[in-house]
Design a protein around this ligand. Structure first.
Ligand SMILES: Cc1ncc(COP(=O)(O)O)c(C=O)c1O
Length: 407
């Protein structure tokens, strides 16, 4: 039972504390327990409670300004807020579809996803993704969507040719693959080439920045670190820093203009852009900017990476240290030389994570498909060197203990 949270620490009812090296689910960008956030939430609720999403409120308008002025590719970009990551991906897919319908191209309805990906747990987001364990049992209820490679952009051209470019509305991908691959970073030319192929075929490029957005990779948004500009961004998690459930969809104006000029509407979710959530998210982003936490995510990310490299570069059960900024991961294998995985029945990534938790550190188990068994680190940007040492050392002990248990 978690009873209190402060900085990088979570405290339990039994008087123990553990280090939040996963930032929960890669969420808590500014750290836990900031009293000024609690104050903003209380003030917001004492002013307003529920206001239907079609009306403006001061906090909503201020958050649109904060996000478009400081975080998006251009201040002209348009924003709509939702309550989390899956909703943001679903709404991004709807925006892409409505864009084409409003532009007189209703035959463009397919969304191309990738062979290693996680976009959320609604049926639409699960359909766009491929995370096998999270889709298991639901396959028949999911929409069939074409998939392409997560590392070879030329495969996208082939998929477009097979499907017919005139049938495709959008391509969706995570700049750095989180839950499905434990922080996999594609080759440097991957994203610029994907952007080129999408533009050539009039396919909208959706960047799923639910994990990589709002500073996590050491840049304002993750696409900047990967050298491309999407048409639509879906992002949640760090926007509210874990203090409130909030996400959003952000588009260049040309994506939404045809919709605005038509009789089509992007139906809102009842709790979209809740006033108190917007007020808190605005304060979270102000703190990130005032404390220069995006630069800190970059510098502490480099330190974390160095420590991970030192500890694991020749570890027999680690095949890769990967990631960018404060989204770092390690791939776990039974045999480093051959790349042989642990049997799925051992649920090795989860085992490492639960042993680390017993030793006082929360790391995020992740991976799917060929990246089965990974753990991720996504601590608050306020993390300090001593915390990094503790999370890396504990992870090593957890891996070694897990190996001895499995063998
Ligand atoms: C890249 C990505 N997209 C979407 C989601 C879904 O977000 P949520 O769990 O907030 O619905 C996640 C969650 O881990 C994610 O990592």
């Amino acid at each position: 039972m978690v009873t209190k949270a402060e900085g990088v620490w979570l405290h339990t009812s039994e008087g123990a504390r553990f280090l939040d090296a996963g930032g929960g689910a890669i969420v808590t960008n500014i750290g836990h327990g900031r009293p000024e956030i609690a104050q903003v939430a209380a003030e917001a609720l004492s002013r307003l409670d529920y206001v239907v999403p079609v009306f403006a409120t001061e906090a909503r308008v201020a958050l649109v300004e904060e996000v478009s002025d400081n975080w998006l590719p251009d201040p002209s970009w348009r924003c709509v807020f939702v309550s989390g990551g899956s909703e943001s991906v679903d709404a991004a897919i709807r925006v892409a579809q409505l864009h084409h319908v409003a532009s007189g191209r209703p035959e463009r309805f397919k969304v191309i996803g990738r062979d290693i990906s996680y976009h959320g747990a609604t049926l639409g987001a699960l359909s766009a993704g491929t995370h096998d364990r999270r889709r298991k049992g639901l396959e028949k209820a999911l929409i069939t969507m074409p998939k392409t490679s997560h590392y070879d952009p030329e495969q996208l051209e082939k998929v477009i040719e097979i499907e017919g470019p005139e049938t495709i509305s959008a391509f969706i991908g995570e700049p750095v693959i989180g839950a499905a691959a434990g922080a996999y970073v594609p080759p440097p030319d991957y994203w610029p080439r994907i952007a080129e192929i999408c533009a050539k075929n009039e396919i909208l490029l959706i960047a799923d920045e639910v994990m990589t957005g709002f500073g996590r990779l050491g840049t304002a948004m993750g696409h900047a670190a990967l050298n491309f500009t999407p048409d639509i961004i879906a992002a949640g998690k760090g926007l509210g820093g874990g203090y409130v459930p909030i996400g959003g969809v952000y588009c260049r104006p040309g994506v939404v203009e045809p919709i605005g000029n038509s009789d089509l509407a992007l139906m809102f979710y009842t709790f979209a852009g809740h006033d108190m959530c917007c007020a808190v998210a605005g304060k979270v982003l102000e703190i990130v900017r005032e404390e220069d936490l995006v630069s800190r995510a970059d510098s502490m990310g480099q330190l974390l990476r160095e420590r991970l490299n030192e500890e694991f570069s020749d570890h027999p059960n680690v095949d890769d240290v990967r990631g960018l900024g404060l989204l770092q991961g390690i791939g776990l294998v039974a045999n480093r030389e051959t790349g042989e995985p642990f049997p799925r029945s051992s649920a090795f990534g989860e085992l490492v994570s639960s042993i680390a938790l017993e030793k006082g550190v929360w790391i995020y188990p992740s991976g799917s498909g060929i990246f089965e068994d990974a753990v991720m680190f996504g601590p608050p940007f306020t993390v300090e060197e001593g915390h990094i040492d503790e999370m890396v050392t504990t992870t090593r002990q957890a891996i070694d203990t897990a190996v001895s248990q499995v063998s």
